[in-house]
Design a protein around this ligand. Structure first.
Ligand code: FES
Length: 70
């Protein structure tokens, strides 16, 4: 485990669409699921290679007790 920030907001999670972690979190906070996020951003609509990464990040937010504002 490193002590540096492993989840930088500006990290691109979907290279096909260029969507960054901060954008995915913002949409999650608005109550969107992975399909909604894909529709809004174009993430997952290219090669699909980012799917597990985005899903994992959403699970991580949930596990941290970060809840969407619904
Ligand atoms: S990296 Fe996200 S669809 Fe290709």
């Amino acid at each position: 485990m490193s002590s540096k920030n492993d989840n930088p907001d500006d990290e691109v999670l979907c290279f096909c669409s260029g969507v960054r972690r901060s954008k995915i979190r913002a949409l999650y906070m608005q109550g969107m699921d992975i399909r909604g996020i894909a529709d809004m951003t174009g993430a997952l609509t290219g090669c699909g290679g980012c799917e597990w990464e985005i899903e994992y990040y959403l699970q991580e937010l949930e596990q941290q007790g970060i809840k969407p504002h619904r």
